[in-house]
Design a protein. Structure first.
Length: 334
């Protein structure tokens, strides 16, 4: 009976311990229980929708960039066109100023010549008048008004397409007439406006003046067509630098029809002045004449006609400074 009572006491004690243990665990859980997660912001878009929206924004930015680049390129092109126009206007202004200065100079020279002529007429003696009345005017003493007084002649010919394809026959006739005016000279040379010689065998040397050589010059000229930049400065400077000699009277004949925009008339004149200097008497080393062909004026292109005006202005001033004469032909045809 005592043994049964002891077993019941042990069971009750064990249950008390277990109850206390479970109570303690529950109390610990209640103390350490974490709060439930709280949503800060609920996204209304799925990740896929967000990526799609960002891609649309990227495409929009790229489109705006393309438009801005296109507008920028258009502005650059517009600026380049404006700069080109300013350059053309500056060239046109230079041409107008050159023509104005040349016109004033020609006007002053004409008045001076008329004054000198009047003085000369008034100072003629009876003996001079008698001699003039009895003397016959010499024939072929000029080429279209160009004085002929040299022992050596050099032809500097524009071989550009506008000359070769239009005025070449007229140019050949002018060369023949010029040679006819000089019955006999000590030397001839032919080069184009780039300074290229027609006969390589006579490079830097004079071509002997014989009837056979004259015929050969005309025959070769008929098909001679080297490259040309429509600027006489290279040919004239080479002719002076190569052939000038203080014991020789030399005339250079420049034959052409235009002087292309891009070159400066004043720079060409300064270059020739540095080379063809004056002597103690005020005379130049060589005499420079010019003959202009009007074939450019047959075109309807105002741009090409401007180049013909530039050539005329250049040659008028170049021949005036270098003791020569410029003649503008009225027709490019025979």
């Amino acid at each position: 009976m005592r043994k049964k009572r002891d077993s019941d006491s042990f069971s009750i004690a064990f249950l008390d311990i277990m109850s206390c243990g479970f109570g303690a665990i529950i109390l610990l859980l209640m103390i350490t229980k974490s709060s439930t997660p709280v949503a800060i912001e609920i996204s209304e878009l799925t990740p896929e929708a967000s990526i799609s929206d960002l891609q649309l924004q990227l495409f929009a930015i790229r489109g705006e960039t393309t438009i801005l680049n296109r507008d920028l390129n258009a502005k650059h092109e517009q600026l380049s066109a404006i700069k080109d126009r300013i350059a053309r206007l500056n060239r046109d202004l230079e041409n107008v100023q050159g023509r104005y200065q040349t016109s004033n100079q020609l006007s002053d020279e004409t008045e001076d010549e008329f004054g000198k002529l009047a003085i000369a007429r008034q100072s003629l003696t009876e003996e001079m008048q008698r001699l003039l009345a009895n003397s016959a005017a010499p024939q072929n003493n000029a080429v279209a008004g160009v004085p002929v007084d040299s022992e050596y002649i050099i032809f500097v010919i524009d071989t550009s397409g506008s000359m070769y394809n239009t005025a070449w026959s007229k140019m050949l006739a002018v060369i023949e007439n010029t040679l006819d005016v000089y019955p006999e000279v000590k030397g001839i040379q032919v080069m184009n406006d780039m300074g290229d010689y027609m006969f390589d065998s006579y490079r830097s040397d004079w071509i002997p003046d014989t009837p056979g050589r004259r015929n050969q010059i005309i025959s070769t000229l008929r098909t001679w067509n080297p490259f040309s930049n429509s600027s006489p400065v290279e040919g004239v400077t080479r002719a002076i630098n190569t052939f000038y000699s203080p014991d020789k009277k030399i005339s250079i004949y420049v034959l052409g029809d235009d002087f292309q925009p891009g070159g400066s008339i004043q720079e060409v004149l300064r270059t020739i002045d540095r080379i063809n200097v004056e002597d103690e008497n005020g005379d130049r080393l060589v005499r420079i004449h010019g003959i202009g062909f009007p074939n450019i004026f047959q075109t309807n292109s105002r741009r090409f006609q401007q180049s013909a005006y530039r050539f005329s202005n250049l040659m008028r001033e170049m021949t005036r400074r270098n003791g020569g004469t410029f003649v503008g032909l009225e027709d490019y045809r025979l």
